[in-house]
Design a protein around this ligand. Structure first.
Ligand code: BTN
Length: 320
């Protein structure tokens, strides 16, 4: 963890001298180090003569020790990285090179955060939660059915606790607040899904991201944008882990079918007229809910049909 950024994360001014004293560098050394961090991490640091340095806005950096201690009772190991291409990719790499799960990888920044359907997940330094839980599965494909929908329920619980009472789900696993996306889930697999395989549950939550972000091509929300307060990302990661292990336990015991009712109760688009998009193909219908496996149930031309697959996406009906 960058000691300099820990000192600066409060967003207040700190003199070059006090920063230098704290990390054993000269004032010129501090200046050089901060320029390096700006370039490397994409953050903005203001320098004002006579006052020192401050971040353009306060950050809540992750506290490694607290995270490790909080996860120990679940038997999860925590790997906290400063910057990584993708926490999902890193968790898959660690599991495939001999690390045992459950293994949680969190990062302050992702340089190539991955979203569903090949999209990019924008992941600025210290702003949001980039969280991947890697598990080793040896029970065949059954526990994976509906898993991403189960995870959505866990994420929702954590968001409600942090002030988003009205957050809901959109099939298959988007979390929307006031019609805007606040969190997404990407599950990736390696190995043989019918026997031994590694599954990585990737969760991205927009936490303290505010302002205009040019690279996001859909309406989005964040916890800070909603509550007006800087959110403690370590506390959020811990509550998310709490709900995740609870819902994973329920999923292990009864599969998704035991959670189907709860999921439908949290589904924002129950009964909505919607279009299901699969590449260039579009199917119009009314959303009925989900089945025991988590597939979408839609009324299409007077008939109930079930749809599943990672490439599908749902839109509210637009006949224009
Ligand atoms: C979506 O498109 O809705 C899924 C977004 C998932 C983003 C998270 S951030 C942590 C993890 N690492 C990644 O590269 N992606 C997931």
């Amino acid at each position: 963890m960058q000691k300099l950024l820990q000192l600066l994360q409060d967003g207040e001014f700190h003199s070059g001298e006090s920063l230098g004293r704290a990390i054993g560098l000269s004032r010129a050394g501090v200046w050089k180090r901060l320029q390096g961090l700006e370039a490397e991490l994409g953050i903005t640091i203001f320098r004002v003569r006579g006052r020192g340095y401050r971040l353009s806005s306060p950050l809540s950096l992750l506290r490694t020790d607290e995270l490790g201690e909080g996860l120990a009772p679940y038997g999860w190991k925590a790997v906290l990285t400063e910057s990584v291409s993708s926490t999902n990719a890193e968790a898959l790499r660690l599991l495939s090179t001999g690390a045992s799960g459950p293994l949680l990888v969190v990062a302050e920044k992702q340089s190539s955060g991955r979203g569903r359907r090949g999209r990019v997940w924008v992941s600025p330094y210290g702003a949001n939660l980039y969280y991947s839980l890697g598990l080793q599965l040896d029970g065949g494909v059954y526990p994976l059915e509906g898993l991403s929908l189960t995870i959505g329920l866990a994420v929702r619980r954590a968001l409600v606790e942090f002030g988003c009472e009205t957050v809901g789900l959109k099939w298959p696993n988007d979390l929307l607040l006031d019609g805007r996306k606040i969190a997404g889930i990407l599950i990736e697999l390696a190995g043989d899904p019918s026997s031994i395989c590694q599954v990585v549950i990737g969760i991205g939550i927009n936490v303290n991201m505010t302002g205009a972000i040019a690279d996001i091509d859909q309406p989005w929300a964040s916890l800070q944008g909603h509550t007006g307060r800087l959110v403690d990302r370590t506390a959020l990661a811990l509550r998310l882990s709490h709900w995740l292990q609870r819902y994973l336990e329920l999923h292990r015991e009864n599969g998704f079918s035991g959670l189907r009712q709860e999921w439908e109760a949290c589904h924002l688009w129950q009964g909505a007229e919607a279009s299901l998009l699969a590449g260039p193909q579009r199917i119009d219908g009314v959303v009925l809910g989900v089945d025991q496996q988590g597939a979408l149930r839609m009324q299409v031309a007077g008939e109930e049909r079930h749809f599943s697959g990672g490439e599908l996406s749902l839109r509210l009906r637009d006949d224009s």
